[in-house]
Every structure is written in C-alpha cells, then in structure tokens.
Design a protein around this ligand. Sequence first.
Ligand code: F3S
Length: 399
Amino acid sequence: MYLEPEEEKILDGEFGQGKALALKAVVKVGEALGAERLVRIKHAHVSGVSYKNIGDEGLEFLEELARSGARVSVPATMNPGGFDTALWPYMRVSADFIEKQNRIIKALSEIGVRPTLTCTPYLYEKVSYGDHIAWSESNAVLYANSVIGARTNRDGGPLALLEAISGRAPLAGLHLESNRRPQLIIDFGEVGSLVAERGLYHVAGLVVGRTAGDRVPLVRGLPLRRENVPEIKLFLAAVGAAGGTGLVLIEGISPERYEARDLERVPVDAKSLYETLEEYQGGLTESAVVVLGCPHLSLEEVMDVVSFFSDRGPARRRVILYTSREVYEAISGHVEKLRAKNLYVFADTCMVVSPLSMYAGREVVTDSGKAAFYLKAQGYKVVLKSRREALEYAAGGGE
Ligand code: F3S
C-alpha cells in the first residue's frame, strides 16, 4: 500500500506509540480490503460503548489503549452507553455494571472521544457532502452516506476508534466512488402511499435491508422528502438492522449522482410489507411498555410526543423516550410534568444497549424496526407500530 511520508513517520513512532499502533492496524485492515492508499478523515463516531455489548474484553482493550497514550487526531463522538448517566437509579442497573460502564466512558474520554453518547451524530456534528469520515453505528453510517453524501464504511467500533487516532481510513469500500453506484432497484411505486398513510417506514426499511443484503440499493417510490427526518431515521435504522449495506440511494433524497441502467428491479407489494409487520405482532399483556427513540429522538420528535399528550390525561401504559443529552437538557423543564403523565425520558442510552428488562419488563411496543429486530433477538416480546399507533396504544387504545 502506498503511504505518504507523514504516514511513514507515524508508523516509525514519531507521533507517539499509540498513534503508531493505531495506524499499523488501519494499514493492516486496508491491505485486507485491497486499498491502494489511506484517506484522511474529518470525523469519527465510535460505537461499542455499552458494557452490555463489549463486556470485560472491550473494557480492557479501551483501558490499555488509553494507557498507551493514544489520542484522537480528529473530532470524535461516542455512541450510547448502558444507562442514563444521571438517572441510572431508575434503571436498576447493578453496581458492577455501573462501575464498568463508567470506566469505558472514562477510557474513551481520555483518548479524546467526546462523551456525546448518542447514535444520531448527524444531527449535531459538522459533516458535509464528500467528507471522508469513519463512523461505526449502522444507522449513522446509513444517514451519513445516504442523506448527507459523506463517505464512510460501516466500520466496527474498534476500527473507527483506531481510525480516529490515526486520522485515516483505508481508501476502500464506500470511500470509493466506484462502490457507491446502485446495484439493484427496490421499487415501492405500488405501495408508496400505503407506506405513508400507515407510517410503515420501519417495515419498508426491514424489507430493503433484507432484499439488498450487502448491495447498494436504489430505492424508488417512497414518498419521502429531505425534511422528513424522523421517517428517514426510522427507515435507515431498519435497513441497517436487517442488512449489511452502508448506503441506500433514496430517489429524491440522496445527493449522489448515479446511473441506473440495466439493473435488477425488485417491486415491493403490500403482501411483503404486511408479512414483515406480522413478524412483530400480537400477544401483549397490560404490562407492555412503549419505547421510542431508536435512533435517538430529536428535539422536535420529543416535543411532538409531549404535544400528543398535552390535552390528554396520563398515559395508561408507560412510555419511555430515548434521546441525546443535548435534547434532554433542552426539555429538562418539562421532565417532572412528563413523569406525572407516565412519560419517562432517558439520555445517553437506549432500549437495546441498556438492561431494559430491569426497568421496563420484557414486553414492548416500539415504532423502530431496528429496536424490534434486536429486542426480539434478545428474547423480548415486541410489537411494531407506527409512532402514531404506538402513542395511541400508550394513551389507552387496544392492541
Ligand atoms: Fe441508537 Fe440504540 Fe437504536 S444506539 S440506533 S437507539 S439500537
């Protein structure tokens, strides 16, 4: 692989052992991917933060890296951890879990990763069309590539961290224009209005993820506009859960230029949407809890939920909202009033990476295809609804 003179110096340890080790690992990955050279990145987003996911091995890796003196070379942010760093007593997490989660956040912070603890960096960070970045949270990767037109692979958490330290990523995969072309067309033309009317973007995402696998799909016929950020978030997060692709070209949204000639075309019909929805239905008891915020809710989305309940009494079923610390601070004046309405807001974590059963039981309703996918895999009873249906269910509607 071709290395710039500065990269050779980094490898020789002129910028410290931590950076040298990080670059060495990035070069190895690049060689495995067949990259001819590296590309400088502008930002990194590191997943694999929850102790629930990375365990003792991950914790030790991060602490060792921090001790080695490795520090990030570019702005870097952190995905959610295992609990709300302020409201952890509500989450009934064990003392051991708290201690180890705090050590993970401390080690990453020492390395220079900002403890933003949100999976929606695209709502807060300055990332633009054409920027090379290293992100490792699938919904964020998909949003960056598909909506912003930034360039990132779907990295694992440790790789994104090593790329943050070295300031470089292998010039391979979705960093290359040639790999950003559509490989098939997934056509919602027949069912676009059904998706919009019934709020089936989560299901549409699951269908696209399964159909595309690792390929870059061109999605046609979804009635989405760039301002439909909540729907786009739910759609792309579900794609990332069900498939391995890091880029979806959404007609009318993605800024990428492409040609779509002679491609396989897969039409989506109502039957396939309803069959997918059917996988997440039925059998809840009164103790089910509504969990929203996968990906983390924006301020507007939280305020929409607040206004839904503003002229209603307390929710009959508990509602838990997950968001960023920044949004939590912005609504902190409402938090007590919301609790009186049976609405709870948590920051820094989410329903998937926190020990949900400890504070919410094992039956949930969600509007997120991604949360439904992972919670079902963790053994939860999950019902997938549109956000509107989930809120009506919480307010007192039947199943
Ligand atoms: Fe975010 Fe957790 Fe979902 S990290 S995308 S809310 S699984």
